[in-house]
Design a protein around this ligand. Structure first.
Ligand SMILES: Cc1ncc(COP(=O)(O)O)c(C=O)c1O
Length: 397
């Protein structure tokens, strides 16, 4: 048996917050990488109808419901301006599973996959789970890949790069010019691009472009990954997909058939309803844009915190290194632990993303939660507070 993989550090924060809640603490979490909102009624009703439909009670197709694949293909056609058909799509148990399905096809033991640094730990995890080695590539000051940095990390074993735009935790969006340069580099070296489009709907500057819209010539070397988790507040429903050349889809289908048989039918019906609902992601994007402005302004008002305005996604990713120095903390894990214990506020320490001087703060929560969280932050980090020795603070709510 191979050695067990370390658990995702983001889940560790969530578990500690959960434990405090179980002891009766009123914990607010800005740590989860998911929308706090409930799934829309349209989707829930469709799922209830599906549960009542006997056709949903039996085995389905390994590749996924043809109707769901068709609507996914339409959406990706619209996004990439290329023609995609239902046969080009494999339905997966969430985008993470879709990433895994792509990687288990593309890589063999010893192959390397380039991932962003700082970046989402899940990318490293799926590469490892598929038997490869994730190689972190330092991103530029805007948290984007540069061709120089990619080239610096390229070896004869480099097989693919995972490009997530907007990204997690940085919110970085790769504009068309960047994508063009990366595409040119990948094409020159025969490197696959896995385009993780899970945060596609959350683009606040209008700079998002799909890789294949900019570089259609890469279609036979690109896997597009997406899902309903973030756009439709459906993280628990576990529906994602990949769109890829036929041999990748055939291999993914075989893997699904040999392991999970297929993705649950009822959940696929729910995702089908979600994809017919464009209002929900549009409303979420508009709410998040407002909340992003609020949290970034508030974070920047705290001494020792420097927070860039993210172009996309659901997270603020401030530099807290000056605050750590002022307070005598050695890492942002100390700050995160202190905030959780003292202010009952959960954020993810930057160490989870290989960025020790930062924290990740999710703003995909409702206005009341965000405002209360801000009050707690302000109080906890007011200049008169002294870290570690600070008394338990009273929180308003
Ligand atoms: C960049 C990125 N890709 C993929 C995923 C996984 O999405 P899903 O919940 O659909 O598996 C996440 C979840 O946090 C993510 O941040």
């Amino acid at each position: 048996m191979t050695a067990p993989m370390a658990d995702n550090p983001i889940f560790a924060v969530a578990a500690k917050a959960q434990a405090l809640r179980a002891q009766g603490a009123n914990v607010i979490t800005l740590a989860a990488g998911e929308p706090q909102a409930a799934t829309s009624t349209v989707v829930v009703e469709a799922a209830v109808d599906a549960v009542r439909d006997p056709a949903m009670h039996h085995y389905g197709a390994a590749q996924g419901d043809p109707a769901l694949r068709a609507i996914v293909a339409d959406a990706i056609s619209g996004n990439t301006h290329l023609a995609w058909e239902a046969e080009d799509i494999q339905i997966a148990l969430g985008a993470k599973h879709a990433l895994f399905l792509a990687l288990q096809t593309l890589i063999e033991a010893g192959d390397e996959v380039l991932v962003a640094l700082p970046g989402w730990p899940g990318h490293t995890e799926v590469v490892t789970a598929a038997g490869g080695t994730a190689v972190p590539v330092a991103t530029d000051e805007g948290f984007r890949f540069s061709v120089q940095a990619l080239e610096h990390c390229r070896t004869s074993h480099t097989r693919a790069v995972i490009l997530s735009s907007p990204g997690n935790p940085t919110g970085a969006v790769h504009p068309a010019a960047h994508l063009r340069r990366i595409a040119h580099w990948a094409q020159r070296h025969g490197i696959w691009i896995i385009s993780d489009d899970i945060y596609r709907a959350f683009d606040y500057t209008g700079t998002y472009q799909s890789l294949l819209r900019v570089a259609p010539q890469l279609r036979d070397r690109t896997v597009v990954v997406g899902g309903v988790s973030k756009e439709h507040a459906m993280t628990g429903w576990r529906i994602g997909w990949l769109a890829a050349p036929q041999d990748v889809i055939a291999s993914a289908r075989l893997h699904v058939s040999r392991t999970i048989t297929h993705v649950p039918t009822v959940n696929q019906r729910a995702a089908l309803a979600a994809l017919g609902d464009t209002a929900t992601p549009a409303r979420a994007a508009s709410d998040y844009r407002r909340r992003r402005a609020l949290i970034v302004e508030e974070l920047n008002a705290i001494d020792g915190i420097d927070c860039p305005l993210p172009d996309g996604g659901m997270f603020a990713f401030p530099d807290v290194s000056a605050l750590l120095r002022d307070r005598g903390w050695t890492s942002s894990a100390d700050l995160a632990a202190w905030l959780l214990d003292t202010a009952h506020l959960a954020v993810v320490p930057g160490e989870a993303f290989n960025a020790p001087g930062r924290i990740r703060v999710c703003f995909a929560v409702d206005d009341d939660t965000l405002i209360t969280a801000i009050e707690r932050l302000r109080t906890a980090l007011a200049p008169t507070q002294h870290a570690m020795t600070a008394p338990q603070m009273e929180v308003a709510r």
